[in-house]
Structure formats: structure tokens, C-alpha cells
Design a binder for this molecule. Structure first.
Ligand code: PLP
Length: 442
């Protein structure tokens, strides 16, 4: 083993050898990488003892803080038993128990779990399964999908085709399928006197127009329930999901709920779609599922979908696979996560936690340059009016200089903290972000 490198050496080695995600590497000529040596609870620590509060849950994956002792213990135990085995033809307790418990959390409505390793592959699976379902029913012309304006469902080619974010999509446009976008129910679009539910009804009318025109060629509508996170935390009224569910039923189109970001309590209910009193035909889960420990995703679906593939003929089966499908360590981490939800009554505890943090954010919400301050469950976001060019990177740096990890999207600042944010760290977070904002806007 080589001796421990000083931190600047680590940064140089990283820039030389690691191609970092979602990054123009040249920007790192100005913007230093942040080395992390260890993490505990809300805090990331650098090799030199510097620290920052992870207010974005490490890209929305961490649920209960870093180094959660109960997840650590479950993983250590699993490591001594079974790390991984292929899931085709074989099975194991963690994969089965997790499928059963997730199904129970949907009231048994979505009783079949198909595993994969990341969010984008869950999207791929839901799209392929929906199309293949209709094909197995003899409806071979249902090859299209509908997605919302500003949608984000991942960045592999299939997922990118239902992702309406120009910066991610444009370079690859010739490679991806043409998919129809329908209006977003983004509540920020409310005209004076209009409610979020009015915006939802208007967006649903746009969806109906698209279905009336071409439902025969549409397999599914894919939505991020309640919050379109990646495109600036656009929030919408649950009424949209109720109307979309009814329209999908009426026009014979599947509803895919992508809860990769908003599942696992993030919006204040265990699943976001619960707030609309509906169930989707497909539910995509990932990110928080292992508490931020290991890559794992799952698509849950109905008996009706499962039955359409159940046949003597191999070609009617869903032959999709990934090497690490149903990884035992990842499933075990997810089981520990579900245990913690019960042991700590997390949904109720988060309600109190959210109330107190919202109160702490009052000065930010009232800031003269802040627009559309919004909050749902354990998500907070606001837009900054007349933001300077390069606002997101300047805000990132200003927050980091004050020991806060934020990753603004354009002129939208958001908080998605782990569910262990306490009074003291909430106060610190709110105060320092206000200072950082004033610093950037000065
Ligand atoms: C992050 C995300 C994805 C993609 O997940 P990856 O694990 O990054 O591939 C898909 N949909 C939504 C809503 C997401 O937030």
C-alpha cells in the first residue's frame, strides 16, 4: 500500500483518472473537487478535518444520515452470509422478503417486483414491460410513450427519450425515440387567482387531448408524482395524478409512477402517489431504497401485467436482466431501511422535523429575491429572481465555503436533507444558506 496521499494529490489523481458524472471536466480548472474521507450523520469530512452538511442527501439517495448503525450492522451480517448470487433460476431470502414487504406497502396492489441496479434501468424496465404487455395482448401498435414537460427519468437511451431536459438530451437526439410531451402541472404556472388544482386540471386537459389523438399508439404515460425534482423541483397538486389515472384507464394506457426520487417518505407519505389515493400500473423505485448505501432499483407491477407474460412460450416472457439483479447486500440494506421506518415511526417524525425546519426557513422565504418558496414533506425549494449568470455554481461555492453542500439547479435552490436533520443543524443550515445567498447576490 502506498502512503496516504495529501489531499491535493488526490484531487489531481482524480481529475486525471476519473471522468466525473454530470460535469464539464474543464470547470474543475476553477472549481476544486471536494475530497471526502469519511461521513457520519449529516456531515461529510475531508482528509484535513474540514466538514460540510450534506443538505442534498448525496444526490437524494441518503435517507437516515451517513453511517447509520442499523444499516451497517445488517450489511456486516449479510456480508458474512451471502453477498450476491444470480437471480435467474436462484433465489434468496433478502430478495424475497424485500419484494413481499414492498408489495405490502402498496396494499398488495403491486405484487410483483422486478429488480435492477439503478434508476435509469428501472425506467427502461417499466417502458419495455409496458410495451411488451400490450404486444402480448395483440396490441402491437402501442409503441409510444407520453411524458411531462420538464420530466426526468434517467439518462440511458430509453430513459432519455422520456426525459425532457434539453441539456441532457440534445446531443443524443438522433439516437433516441421521439416521444410526445404533455403539459406539466407545475403549480408555479398558476395565473393570478388560480390554484394548484386549477393548473393540474389544465394540464390534465392537455393530456386528454394527446390521448384522444393517439392513445392507440401509446403504451404508457410516465410521471414523477408530486415533484419533478431534476428540472427545478416543480411541485404539483395530487389532483393531477387522480385525473391522469382516470384518463389512462379510460384510454387504455398504463400509468408509470417514477418514484425514484420521491419514494421512501420524501414527500411526507411513504409513496408520493398515496397522496392522490391512486395506484400506478408500474412503480419505479431506487435512490433512497438502500438508504444511500448500494445501487438497487425495483419496478413493482400488478397481477394483470404479470399474468400477460405468464405462458409456455419463452418469447412472451420478460427476458430483461442485469448482472447484479437482486443483489443480496443491496436487498438487505433495503430491508434495514424498511425496519427503520417502522422502529422510528419515520413518517410521523419527519412531519415534526419538517415543521420546525420550515419555520427556520422563514427569513429565506421572505427574502426579497426569493420566489415560489415551496415545501412538501422533506423537500424544500425556492427560485431566485434576477439571479446572476452562473448562479448555481456561485451558490454552490458560497454554500460550501460555509460548510453546506447544496447543488442548485439553474436559479432553483433546494434542500433534500437526510431524515436526521435536528434543530441545531436545521438552524445552522438555514442561517448559513441565507448568508450564502446574500453573498452571491451582493
Ligand atoms: C435520479 C432519477 C432517475 C435516474 O436514476 P439513476 O439511478 O441516476 O439512473 C430517474 N428518475 C428520477 C425521477 C430520478 O430522480
Amino acid at each position: 500500500m502506498s502512503p496516504v496521499s495529501p489531499s491535493s494529490d488526490l484531487l489531481n489523481r482524480s481529475l486525471a483518472a476519473v471522468w466525473h458524472p454530470c460535469t464539464q471536466m474543464k470547470h474543475h480548472e476553477q472549481l476544486p473537487l471536494v475530497p471526502v474521507a469519511r461521513a457520519e450523520g449529516l456531515w461529510l469530512y475531508g482528509p484535513d478535518g474540514s466538514r460540510c452538511l450534506d443538505a442534498v442527501s448525496s444526490w437524494w439517495v441518503n435517507l437516515f444520515g451517513h453511517g447509520e448503525p442499523r444499516i451497517n450492522a445488517a450489511l456486516r451480517d449479510q456480508l458474512d452470509t451471502l453477498a450476491h448470487v444470480m437471480l435467474a433460476g436462484f433465489t434468496h431470502e433478502p430478495a424475497v422478503a424485500l419484494a413481499e414487504r414492498l408489495s405490502a406497502l402498496t396494499g398488495g396492489a403491486l405484487g410483483h417486483a422486478f429488480y435492477a441496479s439503478d434508476g435509469a434501468s428501472a425506467t427502461e424496465i417499466a417502458l419495455k414491460m409496458s410495451h411488451h404487455y400490450w404486444r402480448n395482448q395483440g396490441q402491437t401498435e402501442k409503441t409510444g410513450f407520453l411524458c411531462l414537460e420538464g420530466s426526468y427519468h434517467g439518462e440511458t437511451l430509453g430513459a432519455l427519450s422520456v426525459t425532457d431536459v434539453a441539456i441532457f438530451r440534445d446531443a443524443y437526439a438522433p439516437l433516441i425515440r421521439d416521444v410526445r410531451t404533455v403539459p406539466s402541472p407545475d403549480a408555479r404556472q398558476a395565473a393570478p387567482g388560480e390554484t394548484a388544482a386549477d393548473v393540474a386540471r389544465r394540464a390534465a386537459a392537455g393530456l386528454e387531448a394527446a390521448l384522444r389523438e393517439g392513445a392507440g399508439r401509446v403504451a404508457a404515460l410516465i410521471v414523477e408524482p408530486l415533484v419533478q425534482c431534476a428540472t427545478g423541483f416543480a411541485m404539483h397538486d395530487p389532483e393531477y395524478l387522480r385525473l391522469a389515472r382516470a384518463l389512462c384507464d379510460r384510454y387504455g394506457v398504463h400509468l408509470i409512477c417514477d418514484e425514484i426520487a420521491v419514494g421512501f417518505g420524501r414527500t411526507g407519505s411513504f409513496f408520493a402517489h398515496e397522496q392522490a389515493g391512486i395506484r400506478p400500473d408500474f412503480l419505479c423505485l431506487s435512490k433512497g431504497i438502500t438508504g444511500g448505501y448500494l445501487p438497487l432499483s425495483v419496478v413493482l407491477t400488478t397481477d394483470a401485467v404479470f399474468a400477460a407474460f405468464y405462458d409456455d412460450r419463452t418469447a412472451r416472457a420478460f427476458l430483461h436482466s442485469h448482472s447484479y439483479t437482486g443483489n443480496a447486500l443491496a436487498c438487505r440494506a433495503a430491508l434495514a431501511v424498511l425496519d427503520i421506518f417502522v422502529q422510528d415511526d419515520v413518517i410521523a417524525a419527519n412531519r415534526r422535523r419538517a415543521q420546525s425546519f420550515t419555520a427556520r426557513l422563514a427569513p429565506l422565504a421572505a427574502h426579497p429575491r426569493v420566489r415560489h418558496f415551496r415545501h412538501l414533506g422533506m423537500i424544500w425549494a425556492f427560485d431566485v429572481a434576477d439571479a446572476p449568470a452562473d448562479f448555481s455554481r456561485r451558490m454552490f461555492s458560497a454554500a460550501l465555503a460555509r460548510e453546506i453542500l447544496l447543488r442548485p439547479i439553474g436559479n432553483t435552490v433546494y434542500f433534500m436533507p437526510p431524515y436526521c436533520l435536528d434543530e441545531e443543524s436545521g438552524a445552522l443550515l438555514a442561517t448559513r444558506v441565507l448568508q450564502a445567498l446574500d453573498g452571491v447576490l451582493e
